[in-house]
Structures are given as structure tokens and as C-alpha cells.
Design a protein around this ligand. Structure first.
Ligand SMILES: *[C@@H]1O[C@H](CO)[C@@H](O)[C@H](O)[C@H]1NC(C)=O
Length: 312
């Protein structure tokens, strides 16, 4: 099997499966999201983090969402604390055990929820935790850029509409999405202190303010809801792996690509491959659950790490 340079680099951050590993080492991921209206998104993100290879997914949602999310899957640990009086304290007490956070899937736009989220992010930053910001959390960042400004372990994953809003908030100017979008995504990254941005679209544009990586992996023409949650969940797991690898192995920095770029690219490739494979089977009736069922096949076809190791 012939792997591209990108695939090989991503393989280098994936921890090999080992019988000696103990529960949690491959990742404990916290998902912050899930509200009265939206219960599917945090489920998709949480299960995708697990199926990408994390050991545990914890979901922190409102009390109105918890029962639904629990009933979708016994594999997720669900905490109904997002709308409780001292929600941020409850969540913060868990943070030291986590390796990465995914914030935003189904979060909703309640002011109280945003306040809790803000405090949790402050705490997570103190702990230098990798954080993926998606969906409704990006709405909040439009008016509170200081929350992510210069935080090198953040990745924002806007779609083109969310990107335009972020850009406008940062530059008081609409982006021209038909002219050199790559450069405008990079401009936004630099304005926010070189945090990593993944602008999702026909191609996914990934930049950390220095380099730009474009993911052109073949996907599908289906645009069913929930694909972004598969992306953010799998990116949470890959963020943990990438930062763990870089923390352990300084020499990996020889590659121009930092851990965020590798994690983002890995998750984008994986999500697109899932979409491609699910579309072969389901075509127009493909939904995100069909994509989740393809995570394993997509993963081993893109990143055949366990086969690489068994050959050694
Ligand atoms: C962001 O990256 C650019 C390009 O390398 C660099 O010129 C700039 O100083 C960096 N800004 C910050 C805040 O690190």
C-alpha cells in the first residue's frame, strides 16, 4: 500500500494498539454541547471521538437533553450540568482528567450556557488542553474573540457561513469568498493570534497562520446534518494524539506541520472518506449514522497503522 506524505505524517501521531495500555490512555474526550432542541449533534461528536479510537467520551449537556442522549448509546457518559447553577464548577472538576475538549455541538445559544462555556474554556486554557470549537460556540466567539485569541491549542472549525461571520467580526469587512479564500482564512488565523482554523467546504482549508494545508480527499455530494459533528469529534481524539506525540518527541517538529494541522487534516480526511464510503452504499439516503458506521473502514484504509506495526 502506498501512502502519501500526509498519510504517513498522520500515522506518526496515532498511538499503536497495545495490550499493555490501560483505559484512558488513548483519550478521554469531553464534549460540551447538547440542549433542549439539539441532542443528536453531541451524540454524533461523542460517538465519533470513541470510534476514532478514544477510550472515553463524556458529554456535558443541559438537563433537558441528557435523557435523550443517554438513550442513544450506553457508550457515552452524560452529565446534565450545562444549565445548573454551578455548572462550570462541576465541569471544571472533571477537566484535569481529560485530554481534549470539543465545544459546541448542539450547544444552543442561551446566554447562561455561554457563560458556563466561557468559564470552562478559561479553566481548560490554564490546563493547556487542546480544544476544538465548532457550531454554536463560534457564534459566541464572534463577539468574544479574546476567549481564543492566541491560544495555540485551539482549532476553530467554521463552515463558510460561520467563517464569514468570524471574518466580519474580526475585520469589520465581509470576506470575498470567491477570491483567494485560502489567504483570507490565513488572515483570520493571524488576526486571532495564529490559532488554527479549518474552513469547511468543497475543499477544507486548514491553516495555523503560517502554513496552509488543503484537504481535497474525495467525499460525497450529500450534505446531511451531523457531518460536522463527526469531524469535530474525531478531531478531538486526533488533537489529543497529536499533542501527546509532540510532547513526547520534540524532533517531530522537524516537520513544518504542527500538531494542530496534523490533527485537523487527519480528521478532515477521515470524515470525507466516511462520507465517500457511506455514499457508495446509501447514495441519497445516506445520513450521518451511515457515515459513523464507516469510521473503521475509512480509518484503516487511510491510516493502516496497526498493519505497519505488525510488519515491523
Ligand atoms: C503569526 O504567524 C506569522 C507568520 O509566520 C508571523 O509573522 C506572526 O508574527 C505570527 N503572529 C503571532 C501572534 O504569533
Amino acid at each position: 500500500m502506498c501512502l502519501t506524505v500526509e498519510q504517513k505524517l498522520i500515522c506518526s501521531i496515532i498511538p499503536p494498539l497495545a495490550f499493555s495500555a490501560h483505559k484512558g490512555q488513548a483519550g478521554r474526550i469531553g464534549i460540551i454541547g447538547g440542549s433542549r432542541e439539539y441532542t443528536g449533534a453531541p451524540y454524533y461528536a461523542g460517538i465519533s471521538a470513541l470510534k476514532t479510537g478514544a477510550d472515553l467520551s463524556h458529554i456535558f449537556c443541559t438537563s433537558t437533553a441528557a435523557t435523550s442522549i443517554k438513550s442513544y448509546s450506553p457508550e457515552l457518559i452524560v452529565h446534565p450540568v450545562l444549565d445548573s447553577f454551578n455548572g462550570h464548577e462541576e465541569i471544571s472538576s472533571y477537566l484535569p482528567r481529560f485530554h481534549a475538549l470539543v465545544i459546541g455541538p448542539g450547544l444552543g445559544r442561551e446566554e447562561n450556557t455561554f457563560i458556563v462555556m466561557h468559564k470552562v474554556v478559561e479553566k481548560a486554557k490554564e490546563l493547556q488542553m487542546p480544544i476544538v470549537f465548532d457550531a454554536d460556540s463560534l457564534i459566541y466567539i464572534n463577539s468574544h474573540q479574546e476567549l481564543v485569541q492566541g491560544y495555540k491549542k485551539a482549532i476553530l472549525t467554521p463552515n463558510i457561513v460561520e467563517f464569514s461571520r468570524l471574518y466580519k467580526a474580526a475585520f469589520s469587512l465581509e470576506p470575498d469568498i470567491f477570491v483567494d479564500l485560502n489567504q483570507q482564512v490565513k488572515d483570520l488565523s493571524q488576526r486571532l493570534g495564529n490559532i488554527t482554523i479549518v474552513c469547511k467546504g468543497a475543499d477544507d482549508i486548514i491553516t495555523d497562520g503560517e502554513i496552509i494545508a488543503v484537504c481535497k480527499e474525495k467525499g460525497s455530494p450529500r450534505r446531511c446534518g451531523g457531518q460536522g459533528d463527526l469531524l469535530s469529534g474525531s478531531m478531538g481524539t486526533m488533537m489529543h494524539w497529536a499533542h501527546m506525540t509532540y510532547n513526547r518527541n520534540e524532533s517531530l517538529k522537524i516537520s513544518d506541520w504542527g500538531p494542530n494541522i496534523l490533527a485537523a487534516l487527519g480528521a478532515c480526511m477521515l470524515t470525507r472518506r466516511c462520507s465517500y464510503l457511506a455514499f457508495q452504499k446509501c447514495a441519497r439516503s445516506m445520513t450521518t449514522q451511515d457515515m459513523i458506521a464507516e469510521i473503521h473502514s475509512a480509518f484503516i484504509s487511510l491510516f493502516p497503522i496497526d498493519r505497519l506495526h505488525s510488519q515491523e
